[in-house]
Each structure stands twice: as C-alpha cells, then as structure tokens.
Design a protein. Structure first.
Length: 85
C-alpha cells in the first residue's frame, strides 16, 4: 500500500478546490447583490415619501392661490407637511 498526501482517498484535490472557490464567489456575489437591492429599495421608499410631500405642498399652494384656504390655514398645513416624519 502506497501512502499519498490524502487527496486520492478523499476524491478531491485541485478540481474540488476549484469548485469550492466557485461556490464561494457565487455565495459572496449573492450576498453583495442582496445588500445592493436592499439599499435601492430603502432609497426609493425615501424618494417616494419626498415626492408625496412635494405633491401635497403643491396642492396646498394651488388651493391657497385659488382662495380656497386663508393664510393662517395655509401656514398651519404647510408647517405640518414640512415637519411630517
């Protein structure tokens, strides 16, 4: 019986190291991809909230310019919209 470095007994060696390396790259690629997707999702939600506030302020300005609301109500609602979390 001849002794070797153990690679033949395990059926591995260099090809198995290559497969392991490829799987490691795929795994980390997926992790990074998921992080990027999460950041994009959170970023787009913040933009949507900002757009909704901008639209509300524009509607408020239009109502004020048409005379539907007075100056006091305009300032009060504008203050509420700008301080909304």
């Amino acid at each position: 019986m001849m002794w070797n470095n153990g690679t033949e007994c395990l059926g591995g060696g260099f090809p198995m190291m290559m497969v392991g390396g490829i799987f490691m790259l795929v795994f980390w690629g997926l992790v990074i991809w998921l992080i990027v997707l999460a950041i994009q999702k959170l970023s787009s939600e913040n933009k949507d909230k900002s757009n909704q506030t901008d639209k509300a302020v524009e509607i408020l300005r239009q109502r004020y310019s048409r005379g539907e609301i007075d100056t006091e109500e305009y300032r009060q609602r504008l203050h509420e919209l700008e301080n909304k979390p």
